[in-house]
Ligand binder design. Structure first.
Ligand code: GLV
Ligand code: GLV
Length: 331
């Protein structure tokens, strides 16, 4: 029997995909730091039984339709806004993501970003390295406290709840907004459900962890920033397009809010000349929420496991499009 053919859109460590290489013929895009070219992706999709994709790849209807023998797309991310889910389901293709394994790692980074923005950690570190530290002084690089303040979490899924747990350790008051109530977070962490407007008005730290969908695109617009406290710090560890970046820039420059910690941007990589990056009160990171070595390796292994499950005719562990169960292609 010929082995199934799997295309991976980025070069991953051989050890991380060992289970897959035993099982299938695996081809990888040869570069670690360069995204796959569109034409290459389309031509590989035509041949592939399965693909492992990155959040930076646009896996749209054209890719799904090119993939006449494609049975599964495993995205190396918990988010899947880069994938046309409806088209995958129509074409009998399973879509998998990597939840759970990255929850604590992403919550750690989100909290690091919050702390960094509040206590001006990046600005202060740059100050020391630039030789600008001439004397200790009482209000030198003084920031704002985190402990005992109010955090407002928008998107109380698993990562939101893990951030709330960290916030509880800092004696913070925890507010949240979500499509549905999270009773566990309410019971175990004392999180309080709020409307979006109420959360914006009351929070010292507004933390965005909601997935990008047609409903959440530009959720954080001019009116949202104007509702926040002038002392508020906005943290985004979800997707850039949940924020209207022009409105965020204006809010920061006009003093409608005090600062921002951003791990994600509308266009990634963000251009170094982007106005947001010129602001002292912005901490910017290159989309590294889940980027610990341990977690990234676990995410890669989960992708391989999901691919093997589907190609074996089994249900994958972390399936996004549950409707696929009724439509799946014969393997
Ligand atoms: C990262 O942003 C992810 O969705 O896993
Ligand atoms: C969005 O608010 C969600 O339900 O995560």
């Amino acid at each position: 029997m010929t082995k199934p053919y799997v295309f991976i859109t980025r070069k991953l460590p051989d050890t991380a995909i060992a289970s897959l290489t035993k099982y299938a013929e695996v081809k990888m895009w040869p570069y670690e730091d360069v995204p796959v070219e569109r034409e290459f992706l389309l031509s590989e999709a035509k041949k592939a039984d399965a693909m492992i994709t990155m959040l930076s790849d646009r896996v749209d209807r054209e890719v799904m339709q090119a993939g006449t023998s494609l049975k599964v797309v495993a995205n190396l991310a918990v988010g899947f806004d880069n994938i046309d889910i409806a088209s995958a389901t129509e074409n009998g293709i399973a879509v998998c993501n990597t939840p759970d394994v990255l929850t604590d790692t992403t919550a750690d980074l989100t909290f690091a970003l919050l702390l960094a923005a509040a206590r001006r950690v990046v600005e202060a570190a740059e100050f020391v390295k630039a030789g600008e530290w001439k004397s200790w002084s009482p209000l030198l690089l003084a920031g704002t406290d985190v402990h005992h303040k109010t955090i407002g979490i928008v998107g109380m899924g698993k990562i939101g709840q893990a951030v709330a747990k960290r916030a509880a350790g800092f004696d913070m008051n925890i507010l949240y907004h979500n499509r549905s109530r999270n009773e566990q977070a309410e019971k175990e962490l004392g999180a309080i459900y709020c409307t979006f407007a109420e959360l914006l008005q009351k929070s010292d730290f507004v933390v965005c962890l909601t997935p990008l969908t047609s409903e959440t695109r530009h959720l954080f617009n001019r009116s949202a920033f104007q509702m926040m406290k002038q002392s508020a710090i906005f943290v985004n560890a979800a997707r850039g397009a949940v924020v209207d970046e022009e409105a965020l820039y204006e809010a920061l420059v006009n003093g409608d809010i005090a600062g921002a910690g951003l791990d994600v941007f509308t266009r990634e990589p963000i251009d170094a000349s982007h106005p947001l990056l010129k602001l002292k009160n912005v901490v910017a990171l290159p989309h590294i929420g889940s980027a610990s070595v341990e977690t990234r390796l676990k995410m890669m292994e989960l992708c391989c496991e999901n691919v093997i499950a589907v190609l074996n005719g089994d249900t994958p562990k972390t399936l996004v499009n549950k409707e696929w169960m009724l439509k799946k292609r014969n393997v």
